[in-house]
Design a protein around this ligand. Structure first.
Ligand SMILES: C[S@@+](CC[C@H](N)C(=O)[O-])C[C@H]1O[C@@H](n2cnc3c(N)ncnc32)[C@H](O)[C@@H]1O
Length: 156
């Protein structure tokens, strides 16, 4: 598996900066594609404030945020509790080796500023997301569209 450093780090300042983000502002391009019942992954969710908004859009299906930083997952769980959103979950995991089954998700969002470059790592991440996206096995064209949306999110 590819190993890399997360350059911005997870300081209080950095986390508070990320926590100001909302789905309505930072996933506005993605929200029109979501419908109630679509199980959704937020890959590299950080403090989870965007994930909470995705969960509202897909309820009663779950939105699951995954991040490799234990500190971010802890912040995200606190944010979800404070919002009282019942269909959001958070899990520690690496984007290159997602801890989910093949085809488990109907939609995937990923916005991770440090990944804003083209290269081998992008391909590996999109491939890992493709594995857990249901559209991969059913509609390769839909996968392409959704993988592209994820890539757009990365290039914030
Ligand atoms: C710039 S923050 C964005 C957080 C959130 N998506 C947002 O837009 O507010 C990037 C997040 O991606 C996480 N991250 C970076 N590389 C990762 C990887 N390989 N696997 C899982 N999480 C990763 C970092 O820990 C960080 O919380």
């Amino acid at each position: 598996m590819i190993q890399e450093n997360y350059t911005p780090g997870h300081s209080l300042n950095a986390s508070q900066f990320m926590a100001k983000r909302r789905a309505s502002s930072h996933a506005a391009f993605f929200l029109p594609y979501l419908k109630p019942g679509m199980k959704t992954l937020d890959c590299g969710c950080g403090p989870g404030t965007i994930t909470v908004g995705l969960a509202e859009a897909v309820a009663p299906a779950p939105a699951i945020g995954v991040d490799f930083a234990v500190s971010q997952v802890a912040l995200a769980r606190t944010a979800a509790e404070q919002c009282g959103i019942g269909n959001v979950q958070f899990k520690v995991g690496n984007a290159y080796n997602l801890p989910f089954d093949e085809g488990e998700f109907d939609a995937i969002f990923s916005q991770s500023g440090e990944a804003a470059r083209l290269g081998e790592e992008d391909t590996a991440r999109i491939g890992a997301m493709a594995r857990v996206l249901r559209a991969w096995s059913e509609h390769p064209d839909a996968l392409f569209a959704q993988a592209w949306l994820a890539a757009v999110g990365w290039r914030e």
